[in-house]
Design a binder for this molecule. Structure first.
Ligand code: SF4
Ligand code: SF4
Length: 369
């Protein structure tokens, strides 16, 4: 059955600005009716790595927070700590980064609670009984919440092709152990003839798994956790993985984690995808490259699969912007995600999610005027 995906574009006029359009969008998606009195509402987002500017504007998050409060819900902003070395790998630095990126209480009017605690070890095991994972490890405060609003910045992603609601839920809500499980099959290798020995990859490896000797990098497979950070950092494209073997399992595990996050919250979940600053890679990098296509709009749906399917379709319908990194599939209708990451079979995650009954790839797009 087709799921409803609501959409607002970025046209505005003196009588209707983008805040009021966002309120209309969330009303259409059912937020006021779905959030109950005194529900503890986890607004799950990515606060952006320090140095990145593509994350969701905090003022939009304040609008979501305001609507939750108006329904009698109690909102908090949340994310789980990262696997890699960066500015969000433990709660103190994560909160500091969030505040520096504009998500402080004075702007957003909701507190920040990191879902998996001080060091990413506060987790709850959720039984899913799927092929790759019998149970999944989710940040406890996500499981403890009454309601989840996934507020995802939609963009390309080097391991999953794109990042939207699924990535925000399945990977973003996982504890460190959960993230490790999902990345465990990703085993990068250095292509020696391409490596120039610059050492850029070293400082981005949280596990100190990379060494450079005689101007060639090598990766210790015993200490590498497969986070994938080094792949995009290497400007020589000297770090590679066995895409056809590693990625399908990675994607399926991420879907099984998504199943665990939404379990029991099927009627207590709203997904919002921001199709803004649609850059080629994850917001986990301390930079963001030029956007691939124009800002398209904001989508909302109770179905995390339908909203990601609709988001990929809308991006692919666009012509690429001049000056972006895409060198293939720039035309309207061209697959932008394959253009960026030709070896990532991104539709697989949507197919698998649908087969597990998490949502539907078929959707009706309802435009909010
Ligand atoms: S960043 Fe790339 S080129 Fe530089 S040392 Fe690492 S693998 Fe080699
Ligand atoms: S070698 Fe690369 S994939 Fe492995 S842990 Fe280090 S940064 Fe992550």
């Amino acid at each position: 059955m087709a799921s409803k995906v609501y959409m607002m574009d970025f046209r505005a006029n003196p009588k209707e600005n983008l805040y009021s359009k966002l309120a209309k969008l969330l009303e259409a998606a059912g937020l006021p009716k779905a959030v109950g009195e005194r529900d503890l509402v986890a607004v799950k987002l990515h606060f952006g790595e320090m140095g990145n500017t593509a994350f969701i504007r905090p003022v939009f998050i304040r609008q979501i927070v305001g609507m939750v409060k108006a329904t009698g819900g109690i909102p908090f902003l949340t994310d789980a700590n990262t696997l890699y070395a960066g500015t969000r790998s433990d709660s103190p630095t994560h909160i500091k980064t969030a505040v520096e990126n504009g998500f402080g209480y004075s702007t957003v009017e909701a507190p920040i609670i990191i879902a998996d605690g001080l060091r990413g070890r506060s987790e709850t095991a959720v039984e899913v009984n799927h092929k790759h994972c019998k149970e999944v490890y989710i940040g406890s405060e996500i499981v403890n919440s009454d309601f989840i609003i996934s507020a995802a910045h939609f963009k390309g992603h080097e391991l999953s092709g794109f990042g939207g609601a699924i990535k925000n839920l399945g990977m973003g809500c996982a504890s460190r152990r959960g993230k490790l499980v999902q990345h465990s099959g990703v085993a990068p290798k250095v292509v020696r003839k391409k490596c120039v020995g610059c050492g850029d990859c070293l400082s981005h490896c949280s596990q100190k798994a990379i060494t450079v000797t005689d101007k060639k990098a090598s990766i210790n497979k015993d200490t590498c956790i497969g986070c994938g950070e080094c792949i995009l950092i290497c400007q020589e494209e000297a770090i590679n993985i066995a895409w056809s073997k590693s990625i399908p399992t990675f994607l399926k595990k991420m879907i099984e984690y998504t199943a665990g996050v939404v379990k029991g919250k099927e009627k207590k979940l709203i997904n919002i995808n921001f199709l803004t600053d649609i850059n080629p890679a994850c917001d986990c990098y301390a930079h963001n490259d030029a956007p691939l296509v124009r800002d398209i709009g904001i989508l909302a749906s109770v179905d995390p699969i339908a909203i990601d399917q609709a988001s990929t379709d809308l991006v692919n319908q666009e012509h690429a912007l001049p000056g972006c990194s895409l060198t293939a599939n720039q035309e309207a209708g061209g697959d932008k995600f394959k253009g960026l990451y030709p070896y990532v079979d991104w539709p697989l995650q949507l197919e698998y999610a649908e087969s597990l009954g998490i949502g539907s790839r078929t959707y009706d797009l309802v435009k909010i005027g």
